[in-house]
Design a protein around this ligand. Structure first.
Ligand code: AMP
Ligand code: FES
Ligand code: ZN
Length: 265
C-alpha cells in the first residue's frame, strides 16, 4: 500500500468508527501536525472552519499565525483569528506560562467551535503526543489528568461542549512528518520559547525506541489507555461554569479563574 493511502486510511478509520460528519472547526497551530490534519481533512466531505488562537507569545505567535494563514491561502480557506488579549489576559504577565496557555487554548477552542455551531473541533494531536502525555502523567502519579486518549469525544449542546476530533490519533510523529513533506505543506519549525522541558522529549524518544523493537506496541498502549480513560470518566461529572456557562469540572471553570486573576471579571 502506498503511504498516502495508508495515512488517509488511518484517518478514515477514525471517521468511520465514530461516524464523524458535518461542520468542523480546525485548530491550526502552524505546526506540522495540525497543518497535516487540515490538509488531509479537505479530502473528506466536511465543512471546515480553520482558526488560530493568538496567545501573544512574542514573535513566536506571529510567525505561527503566518504559517496558518499560508496553508489557508493554499487550500482556499479564510483563517479565523482569536486573540487571548481580547479576554483581558496578558500572556507576558502570566507566571505559569504553559499552564495558562493550555487552559486558554482548550477553552477558546471549545468556545469557538460552539459559537460557530460546529459539530467538532479537530486538532493535530497524534499518537506519539498522546502516549507521551499519558506516560508523563503516569510518571508523575498524576492519574486524574488521564484524558484525551480517545480519538473522538461527542459534544453536548446543553453543556456548550463541542465534540473533539483527533484525526491523526493513530498516526506517529514520523508519519505526520512524511505526509507534510510529501505534500510540500509549509509549517513552522520554530519551537515555543516556553516549550516543555527535556524529560518529555526523552519520554517520547523512549516510546519510539520501544516501537522500533516491538512494532505495534504504541497502538496497544493507546488502546489500553483508552480503556483506563473510559473507566475514569464514568466517575467525573462535567457541569456548567457558573460564570460563563461553558463546561467545567468545578463550580467555576479554569479559564474564568484565569480571567479573575488577571482582573477583567
Ligand atoms: P499543543 O497543545 O501545542 O501540543 O497542540 C495540540 C493541538 O492543538 C495542535 O495540533 C493544534 O490543533 C491545536 N493548537 C495548538 N496551538 C494552537 C493555536 N495557537 N491556535 C489554534 N490551535 C492550536
Ligand atoms: Fe503554550 Fe508554549 S506556552 S505553546
Ligand atoms: Zn467559565
Amino acid at each position: 500500500m502506498n503511504f498516502e493511502k495508508y495515512f488517509m486510511g488511518k484517518i478514515r478509520s477514525v471517521v468511520d468508527k465514530y461516524g464523524v460528519k458535518g461542520r468542523i472547526a480546525v485548530a491550526l497551530s502552524g505546526g506540522k501536525d495540525s497543518m497535516a490534519a487540515f490538509h488531509a481533512l479537505t479530502k473528506f466531505k466536511f465543512e471546515l472552519i480553520p482558526f488560530y488562537i493568538d496567545l501573544g507569545i512574542e514573535e513566536y505567535s506571529k510567525v505561527c499565525m503566518e504559517y496558518a494563514k499560508k496553508i489557508c491561502d493554499i487550500l482556499g480557506y479564510k483563517l479565523q483569528i482569536i486573540k487571548l488579549k481580547d479576554y483581558g489576559i496578558d500572556f507576558s504577565k502570566a507566571r505559569k506560562k504553559c499552564s495558562v496557555c493550555g487552559t486558554a487554548k482548550r477553552y477558546l477552542m471549545n468556545k469557538f467551535a460552539f459559537e460557530y455551531d460546529c459539530d467538532y473541533v479537530a486538532t493535530g494531536h497524534n499518537l506519539s503526543d498522546a502516549l507521551t502525555f499519558a506516560f508523563n502523567n503516569l510518571a508523575s502519579v498524576n492519574i486524574l489528568n488521564f484524558r484525551g486518549m480517545k480519538p473522538v469525544l461527542p459534544g453536548n449542546k446543553d453543556l456548550r461542549m463541542a465534540g473533539r476530533f483527533k484525526p491523526l490519533f493513530y498516526l506517529k510523529d514520523d508519519e505526520c512528518m512524511e505526509y507534510v513533506k510529501m505534500n510540500e505543506i509549509p509549517y513552522c519549525k520554530e519551537k515555543c520559547p516556553y516549550a516543555r522541558d527535556a524529560p518529555t522529549i526523552e519520554l517520547k524518544e523512549w516510546i519510539h525506541e520501544m516501537e522500533r523493537k516491538r512494532n505495534g506496541i504504541m497502538l496497544n498502549f493507546a488502546k489500553s489507555f483508552e480503556k483506563i480513560e473510559e473507566m475514569m470518566t464514568r466517575q467525573q461529572k462535567i457541569r456548567q461554569c457558573s460564570i460563563c456557562g461553558y463546561p467545567s469540572y468545578g463550580n467555576i471553570c479554569k479559564f474564568c479563574k484565569l480571567r479573575r486573576k488577571y482582573g477583567k471579571i
